[in-house]
Design a protein around this ligand. Structure first.
Ligand code: FAD
Length: 309
């Protein structure tokens, strides 16, 4: 029995490997990584005992990746198949579970052992409650969102690297056109400092005051879902249905603190909030609160920081 880890996103694969290592050590079992990109040794250094390497995968079709994971399952005989909750992982996990006729639990932000049984935690009811779940099937497939676990310090570890060959399945889709993603979306997911805008902003142009603050702090700029999905002022939002973040500093500007937003920022080290309503829920989850108007407080912060610099 083993813990099989796969994500095409290397950083996420390393984060999941750290958790798999902990579980495998507790159960006296092994960690196996499926590697479709990069050096298998890196995966050993991040906690895997064995790296199963498949070359030549790429493109948008999911079928070759499905074949690779099923081959890895044959090889590793896992009790738990842990996949990144990425675009590809979300496509793959249910396909793997269906192929093996086993259970699948998605967006598991925690995985633990209770009386020898694997138990996961998932957010439910829009992030207002936590469900603890386990599957009765072996193996079980789960997906894990980014930043749920911290990766291990890389260390030179020895392990086995095995090359796998797969039968290339017939393509199930034809790529008609590839377009570059529009520029302008800041990389909030990996940022150490984030300033986020909410409906407190009245006009898109007003968001410029955040850019100045972001420049001084070296921060990325994020927003709530209405700013992005409803108003279309920014590409991506932070929260349960958007990006989950884990910065050292998260500054909210004109954000009310609805659970769907807060559940995406709960792992931030320090939360500072600016909101003119002293009863706004965001103050209750903040380390520091400024009850004031963003149109006055943000320029004042910029001025103060410039003077300090
Ligand atoms: C299924 C589902 C998923 C969702 N997923 C997400 C998600 O992932 N992320 C997300 O963000 N939302 C999500 N939402 C939406 C969420 O429920 C809230 O509607 C949203 O987070 C509120 O955004 P907001 O705080 O910007 O706006 P509001 O709730 O309107 O709050 C605006 C705040 O700005 C303050 N304000 C106004 N003017 C000023 C001023 N001049 N100075 C200072 N403060 C001011 C007000 O006091 C108020 O508190 C989801 C909703 C659903 C149903």
């Amino acid at each position: 029995m083993s813990f099989l880890v796969y994500s095409e996103d290397r950083e996420l694969a390393f984060q999941i490997l750290a958790k798999a290592r902990e579980l495998a050590d507790a159960k006296g079992s092994e960690v196996v990584a499926l590697v479709t990109d990069g050096s298998p040794q890196d995966y050993l250094n991040q906690g895997a005992d064995r790296a199963l390497s498949v070359d030549g995968l790429g493109g948008f079709a999911v079928a070759p990746y499905r074949a690779a994971v099923l081959k890895a399952v044959d090889e590793a005989a896992p009790e738990l198949i842990m996949m990144g909750a990425t675009k590809r992982g979300k496509e793959l996990a249910p396909r793997i579970a269906a192929a093996l006729a086993v259970g699948c639990m998605t967006e598991c932000y925690n995985v633990d052992l209770e009386d020898g049984r694997i138990v996961v935690e998932r957010l439910t009811y829009g992030g207002s409650t936590i469900a603890k779940e386990y599957s009765t099937s072996v193996p079980t497939v789960i997906t894990v969102p980014p930043r749920s676990f911290d990766k291990l310090e890389a260390s030179e570890r020895s392990g086995e690297v095995v090359g796998l060959t797969i039968e290339a399945p017939a393509p199930e889709l034809k790529v008609v056109e590839v377009r570059e993603k529009p520029k302008g979306s800041s990389d909030v997911e990996n940022a150490d400092i984030i300033i986020s805008a909410g409906r407190g902003f009245k006009e898109k142009e007003d968001l410029k005051i955040l850019d100045e603050l972001a420049d001084i702090l070296g921060a990325a700029v994020g927003c709530t879902r209405p700013i992005s999905a409803d108003l279309g002022w920014m590409d991506e939002w932070v929260g349960i249905s958007g990006k989950k973040v884990k910065p050292s500093l998260y500054i909210t500007c004109g954000i009310s603190g609805q659970i769907q937003h807060v559940s995406g920022i709960r792992d931030s080290k320090i939360i500072v909030s600016i909101n003119n309503d002293e009863s706004a829920g965001i103050h209750g989850v903040s380390d520091y609160s400024i009850v004031g108007d963003i149109y006055e407080v943000v320029p004042a912060l910029v001025k103060a920081l410039k003077e300090k610099a």
